[in-house]
Design a protein around this ligand. Structure first.
Ligand SMILES: Cc1cc2nc3c(=O)[nH]c(=O)nc-3n(C[C@H](O)[C@H](O)[C@H](O)COP(=O)(O)OP(=O)(O)OC[C@H]3O[C@@H](n4cnc5c(N)ncnc54)[C@H](O)[C@@H]3O)c2cc1C
Ligand code: FES
Ligand code: FES
Length: 469
């Protein structure tokens, strides 16, 4: 699909937007404005409440719930969207999920209900953990029990997936705006060289807040969504190669299916919500280079290598060198991140991927940790400890690592490492936690890794402790 007008499928019908439509209008604003489809609600306009949930229907039949408030019209070109209005039967009757929500008292004021119904519709096809499916939808008045019951009783209504043509390159113009949608890596790199000041847009779960929240209007955008080379997800001899624009939802499926990386799945399942994971990418986490990016400590602990490209050529950078400081990275103005090679952890290594936040789901980490400890012949021969939220960028705890190496992985070594950690990290105090709290948490996570490695009989989570009690 090559074009100068934005074209996508809406509720099963192909649609082409008039020339000059701004490609950076959010889907939510367009639905509730020109499209007069007001079933999709606006709560927070920043990806937190799920009232605006719509579903991207994938060519393979998968249903990806996403936040319409964070999705731009230009990002939809060549894709298929379903809103709550599109669940009605041919006779106009309500969808069985809507009937179930009404009959089981799953809706009171009803403001959250369209978003919850869309999450349920996606969950009916995708399955998986029910708690995870609901984590991105906030209901303030009903209480979740009846809603959970509706989710638990869902049957898949397997409608045929929409037939979509592979998208070709496109360029949309509106007054004062150009939105490029390259469809190959060389095309992307040529555009980046010519427009180094343009917004480089992947999922938009970070960048698009500048539009939905701050009402900025970028003059130039280069969108990465249709570049096949950025969507790789390939198990190689060295590790998992992850395309920079692969949504977390696909990455999480791959990690769950791959024994060697399955320890990562618990953390990835807590990155944002299903809606955020439907859009957000690893390239975006590396692009923002935030010290509290959830994916970054695991990349550092596992020794990931970032492949970066420009029209001048390609280069590989170890992730530790890629992250250069507070929200800064080793990326020139004409470069993009193409992929990340995540090495397989050594067999038998003790692994811990942790996120401590005020809420379990849909929250920003106070402290993140990724820890790899390998013991051979009774002594620790490899220790890679990476912490987020405790310094300007994600840091390796080299003092703590040294305290573990060459001795048994026992309580005394862990206590020495915890003490050394105080010299490795420099946490700040803010409303999420004081510096002392963050240090204590990081030290506690080291102890937890050791306990999990040596005392598998002990409950690891509060819920399990309660069950034992
Ligand atoms: C409600 C909500 C919850 C969130 N929860 C979490 C969470 O739990 N954990 C977490 O870590 N993050 C969270 N985030 C932040 C965000 O989802 C992540 O940082 C995500 O990885 C961003 O990816 P993206 O593709 O959406 O990036 P975008 O918003 O598209 O881009 C972000 C930045 O990265 C740059 N960029 C993107 N791709 C590339 C590339 N290939 N090469 C070079 N630069 C690139 C962009 O230019 C931009 O500067 C949350 C965001 C929201 C709105
Ligand atoms: S309006 Fe709250 S998530 Fe979009
Ligand atoms: S029914 Fe009122 S917010 Fe959910």
């Amino acid at each position: 699909m090559t074009g100068t007008q934005i074209a996508f499928t809406l509720n099963g019908r192909p649609l082409t937007l008039p020339p000059g439509t701004s490609p950076t209008v959010t889907l939510l604003d367009w639905l509730r404005g020109p499209a007069a489809l007001t079933g999709t609600k606006e709560g927070c306009a920043e990806g937190d409440c799920g009232a605006c949930t719509v579903v991207l229907e994938q060519p393979d039949g998968a249903r990806l719930p996403v936040n319409a408030c964070l999705t731009l019209l230009g990002q939809l070109h060549g894709r298929a969207v379903r809103t709550v209005e599109g669940l009605r039967g041919g006779d106009g009757a309500a969808h069985p999920i809507q009937v179930a929500m009404a009959e089981s008292d799953g809706t009171q004021c009803g403001f959250c209900t369209p978003g919850i119904v869309m999450s349920a519709w996606a969950h009916g096809r995708q399955g998986g953990d029910l708690h995870e499916a609901l984590a991105g939808n906030l209901c303030r008045c009903t209480g979740y029990r009846p809603i959970v019951e509706v989710f638990g009783a869902l049957a898949d209504d397997s409608a045929a997936p929409p037939a979509l043509a592979a998208p070709g390159p496109a360029r949309f113009e509106a007054p004062g705006q150009v939105f490029h949608l390259p469809a190959s890596l060389p095309g992307l790199l040529a555009l980046r060289a010519a427009h180094p000041g343009a917004w480089l847009l992947a999922g938009g779960t970070d960048l698009n807040l500048r539009i939905s929240d701050h009402r900025e209007q970028p003059a130039e955008v280069i969108c990465l969504l249709n570049v096949p080379e950025l969507h790789a997800l390939e198990a190689t001899a060295a590790g998992l190669r992850i395309g920079a624009a692969t949504p977390y939802a696909r990455l999480l499926d791959a990690v769950r299916a791959e024994m060697r990386l399955s320890a990562l799945s618990g953390l990835l399942a807590r990155l944002g919500s299903r809606q955020i994971r439907g859009l957000g990418t690893l390239g975006g986490n590396l692009g923002t280079a935030s010290p509290i990016g959830d994916a970054l400590p695991p990349l550092v602990a596992l020794g990931a290598v970032v492949t970066v490209a420009s029209a001048r050529g390609m280069r590989e950078v170890p992730v530790e060198r890629f992250l250069t400081g507070y929200r800064s990275n080793d990326l020139a103005a004409d470069e993009v991140v193409v992929s990340v090679l995540l090495p397989w952890p050594p067999a038998g290594a003790h692994l811990g991927f942790e996120k401590i936040s005020k809420r379990h789901d849909q929250d920003i980490a106070t402290v993140g940790a990724a820890m790899l400890v390998r013991v051979e012949g009774g002594v620790t021969v490899e220790a890679r400890l990476a912490f987020g939220g405790v310094a300007a960028t994600v840091v390796r705890a080299s003092g703590a690592e040294a305290a573990l190496l060459g001795r048994p992985f026992d309580a005394a070594a862990v206590a020495a490492a915890a003490e050394a950690l105080a010299g490795d990290i420099a946490p700040l105090s803010d409303w999420r936690g004081s510096a002392a709290y963050r240090l204590a948490v990081a030290q506690g996570l080291l102890h937890r890794l050791h306990l999990r490695a040596t005392r598998p009989d002990l409950p690891a989570e509060v819920a399990e402790i309660e069950e034992v009690a």
